[in-house]
Design a protein. Structure first.
Length: 500
């Protein structure tokens, strides 16, 4: 990804600022597509699966043809696609590290963290694919569909010659086609600065969220480290529990990889009205333990100290490549390198979701996207291509969203959506009551758009705009009296271009 030029961003409402950076937090790195490695280019030629189903007593399920490693978001949507193609029954196996069937992970920092008296989300309520309006795939669903589920037994090794997987408990699994869907792991603070102290939390799975809830039950002072999505969502949840909450981050504003300074300022004020305190431009020196061994304070590099009995670290995530390094890693964005059909350089092995470094066709670069929409779509695309020999390549349009303060009794619920690329100048429209929109314009074309509290119709327009990238009249857009009027101007630009 080209360097973020935050210094170019002036905190002016409804202003135009020059900004040339790529995609944000959920899309941590990217590199130009034409820098593709030979391995990737080689893998673009279509290959055939080499597995023949053999009668073998070595492997518990002789019919197993497809194995998905990682029972997360992407795995759930991949399973649904196998079922739709009539290819799950007896042939599909999912190997999970967690004790749960795939679920919609974003819920963990949203409904899952609602105060206990405000109907928090719990499994089985949010198994995939409810997040996209699909069927709720409970453990029984997998049984009914004949899908072999292996729980709490992570894969520890892969033999690509013999096409076998080894699990932690010692199982040896034969695969025909292997789909790696291991997601990410939360980045941690080193142990020597207190990263493993009791009371210090990271959130990636249900067990992590349960542990945080146990801390919230007793907590008085919470420090959230990180001003990205996880930090913003956890802080919004913590004040819902009436906890003294401080967010500490090194940047000069919230969600700096996506928000303009002006937009961030509005959200910061909203958070402050809800009781959240911010320490911006602050770097952590270490986390201190109290007499009971639990975390008691957060020490900053400037010498100041914030008391805390609960600390939540939200400083990003790393692709969980685990035993699959040998399948081929991308050197610039990390993760497992795949082509536009999610094929790795090893025939018969695919990678999807957060862990996959794939060609983002629309912007001509290789990237990873840590976002549930991509997890779902990459899973569907990969499986459809695998089982139908379809060859049309993945053409993803980046989409990010967040939802906070949605618990019962909240004065102001927040739901924003962003589509496209946050490059170029920005135009901000709306007075945040609650609507607001930011448009990113590069070389006269609309590249990205964010709307908060839009109607269903308005949200549906955003991907059309970001995909088509119409030429827009910046001055006209700037003079729009409301978000509705600005979207209408953008829509007309789209229609005008469609006629040409
Ligand atoms: C707390 C939280 C909130 C989020 N909120 C949002 C949001 O608001 N909007 C959004 O778009 N995205 C959000 N995301 C990101 C989104 O959840 C991910 O992009 C999505 O879950 C990726 O799906 P995946 O299947 O690739 O990985 P995951 O869903 O992470 O699943 C990977 C699974 O693989 C398992 N695994 C790892 N290694 C192994 C192994 N060796 N063997 C077996 N299993 C293994 C893991 O335990 C995990 O269960 C959030 C993520 C988190 C953690």
């Amino acid at each position: 990804m080209s360097p973020v030029r935050r210094s170019l961003m002036a905190a002016v409402s409804s202003s135009l600022v020059s900004l040339k950076h790529g995609l944000s937090h959920w899309c941590p790195h990217s590199s130009r597509l034409h820098n593709s490695t030979p391995a990737l280019l080689a893998s673009r030629t279509f290959h055939h699966r080499t597995f023949c189903i053999r009668a073998s007593s070595d492997f518990a399920n002789d019919n197993r043809e497809y194995v998905i490693v990682g029972g997360g978001n992407a795995a759930g949507y991949a399973a649904r696609t196998f079922v739709e193609h009539g290819l799950a029954d007896g042939k599909l196996c999912i190997v999970c590290k967690e004790p749960y069937a795939p679920y919609e992970r974003p819920a963990l920092t949203k409904g899952y963290l609602f105060p206990l008296d405000k109907k928090p989300a719990r499994l089985p309520g949010f198994h995939t694919c409810v997040g996209s309006g699909g069927e709720r795939q409970t453990p029984e669903w997998y049984k009914e569909k004949g899908i072999e589920m292996i729980y709490e037994d992570p894969v520890t090794d892969v033999n690509t010659e013999k096409q076998t997987l080894q699990t932690q408990s010692g199982k040896l699994l034969k695969y025909g086609s292997l789909i790696i869907a291991t997601g990410c792991t939360a980045s941690r603070f080193p142990e020597k600065i207190g990263g493993n102290l009791p009371g210090v939390h990271y959130i990636r799975d249900v067990a992590d969220a349960d542990s945080l809830i146990e801390s919230f039950k007793k907590a008085k002072k919470v420090v959230v480290v990180g001003g990205g999505y996880i930090g913003m969502e956890v802080a919004a949840a913590a004040v819902g529990w009436n906890l003294d909450t401080t967010v500490v981050f090194p940047e000069d504003h919230l969600l700096s990889r996506l928000f303009t300074p002006s937009l961030a300022q509005k959200y910061e004020e909203l958070y402050q009205q809800n009781g959240v305190k911010f320490m911006k431009g602050a770097k952590i020196k270490n986390l201190d333990a109290g007499g009971d061994g639990r975390v008691a304070a957060v020490k900053l590099e400037d010498g100041s100290t914030i008391d805390a009995d609960t600390v939540v670290i939200g400083i990003g995530a790393k692709p969980a490549v685990g035993p699959f390094e040998k399948v081929g890693l991308n050197t610039t964005v990390g993760g497992i390198q795949v082509d536009g059909l999610f094929r790795t350089k090893v025939p018969g092995i695919f990678a999807i979701g957060d862990v996959a470094a794939f060609p983002l066709k629309i912007y001509d670069r290789i990237t990873r996207v840590e976002h549930v929409d991509h997890a779902r779509k990459s899973a569907q695309h990969c499986v459809s291509a695998l089982v139908t020999a379809r060859t049309h390549i993945y053409d993803y349009l980046p989409y990010f969203y967040s939802r906070v303060f949605e618990y019962e009794g909240s004065q102001r619920k927040v739901w924003w959506q962003f589509f496209g690329d946050n490059v170029g100048e920005t135009v901000e429209i709306g007075n945040f009551d609650p609507k607001i929109a930011t448009f990113w314009i590069d070389s006269g074309r609309l590249k990205g758009v964010l709307v908060e509290s839009g109607t269903a119709e308005e949200f549906q327009l955003l991907p059309k705009l970001a995909r088509a990238q119409p030429l827009v009249d910046k001055a006209k857009l700037q003079s729009a009296s409301s978000v509705e009027a600005a979207l209408e101007i953008a829509h007309k630009s789209l229609q005008a271009e469609a006629k040409v």
